[in-house]
Design a protein around this ligand. Structure first.
Ligand SMILES: NC(=O)c1ccc[n+]([C@@H]2O[C@H](COP(=O)([O-])OP(=O)(O)OC[C@H]3O[C@@H](n4cnc5c(N)ncnc54)[C@H](O)[C@@H]3O)[C@@H](O)[C@H]2O)c1
Length: 340
């Protein structure tokens, strides 16, 4: 391999387009050469603004392009497993955004394929693992600074959108637990170093009845028990009025800590005719941009240094297992045991 990894991207939608720009402008030692999308408009953008050489509408064309060493997968969740399996089988290193897949069976199919390809890097996008505040908090917990964790509260609140937006997007989202809580589930596993034993979820459509059509919700809460007895509560809302945020609080036997939702823009106070205010991230990408850059840089470094990634497909599997369990619990109205 040369001093640059040659990469492609599958999916140029809300996330993929931003991600492609970030790879092009801010990630080191990578050339983004190829893109795949079902939309001609998105591919035209990739050619004109990102200097993409190869533009495809079928993922099999990009995975079989011999000029490409690595693929970033930013397609809708239900396609992730197929795209990852085909890419790994074609010899590519693979980074996928979350979820790894929308069901445990698909995650296991990915694991079977990856197991036979140990020299290829695979990585699942849990970017809080690259966020300065989360890294510091994890370090403090590991050193015992707050004693033994007793409970963790973690939430994701997303800015409210319109019903017409939800109509298009809800059928593909994987549901609120998969979509908004998948990172929270990894936060709990990563901070405690423990697996999830059981989940009990509730919620409903408090404002947008459209989600009922998809057996989904606009606000949910889950109570979680870890294998060592640590408790967690995980919440998600689609009704945030200010912007996007993820918050995490950890109560320990000797102290507690809160990881606040601070992006660089929140460090600035604005004084104007509206009074004193701060601006907040409007979406997930704005909140985690720096961590996403670090994470993508690390994916490329893992390839160049032939080492394993910091967020594996097993982490992807366990987060999906818990999100599936939460969806089941929400639909059944009862606790779901994930492991004894
Ligand atoms: N939007 C966010 O804030 C956000 C945040 C975190 C993770 N994600 C994840 O990112 C992924 C993409 O989400 P999005 O919001 O950008 O979706 P999107 O619907 O806006 O875009 C999907 C993209 O995938 C392409 N695509 C669809 N089916 C395809 C197929 N069969 N083959 C090749 N390309 C195909 C579409 O053409 C489009 O470019 C999802 O897995 C989502 O869970 C999104």
């Amino acid at each position: 391999m040369t001093d640059k990894v040659k990469a492609g991207i599958i999916g140029l939608g809300r996330l993929g387009r931003l991600y492609a720009q970030l790879i092009r402008e801010k990630v080191k030692h990578v050339d983004l050469l190829a893109a795949c999308s079902l939309s001609q408009e998105e591919l035209a953008f990739a050619k004109s603004k990102l200097n993409i050489q190869y533009a495809y509408t079928d993922h099999r064309q990009i995975v079989n392009n011999h000029d490409i060493d690595a693929l970033f997968i930013m397609s809708p969740p239900m396609h992730h497993a197929m795209h990852i399996i085909d890419a790994v089988n074609a010899g590519k290193h693979v980074f996928t955004t979350t979820p790894l897949a929308t069901n445990v069976e698909d995650c296991n199919r990915v694991i079977e394929v990856v197991k036979n390809r140990p020299s290829q890097v695979t990585m699942v996008g849990f970017e809080h693992r690259y966020d300065d505040a989360y890294i510091k908090a994890k370090d403090m917990i590991t050193k015992g600074n707050i004693g033994k964790p007793i409970f963790i509260q973690t939430s994701t609140f997303e800015k409210e959108q319109t019903d017409s937006y939800y109509k298009q997007y809800a059928p593909q989202s994987g549901g609120i637990f998969m979509e908004l809580n998948i990172k929270n589930l990894d936060i709990i596993r990563w901070l405690t170093g423990k697996e999830i034993k059981s989940v009990y979820s509730s919620g409903g459509c408090y404002k947008h009845d459209i989600f009922e059509r998809f057996q989904d919700a606009d606000n949910v809460m889950s109570q979680i028990e870890m294998m060592d007895g640590t408790m967690a509560s995980v919440t998600a809302s689609r009704l945030a009025q200010d912007g996007f945020n993820t918050r995490t609080f950890v109560m320990g036997t000797e102290g507690s800590l809160e990881i606040q939702d601070h992006s660089p823009m929140e460090a600035i106070r604005i004084y104007d005719t509206d009074g004193i205010r701060i601006e907040v991230p409007q979406n997930y990408f704005e909140r985690y941009e720096l961590a996403l850059i670090e994470q993508a840089n690390d994916f490329i470094k893992c390839i160049m240094e032939s080492r394993r990634s910091n967020s594996s497909i097993i982490d992807g599997l366990e987060a999906t297992r818990a999100a599936v369990g939460m969806t089941k619990s929400f639909l059944l109205g009862s606790k779901v045991i994930l492991r004894e």
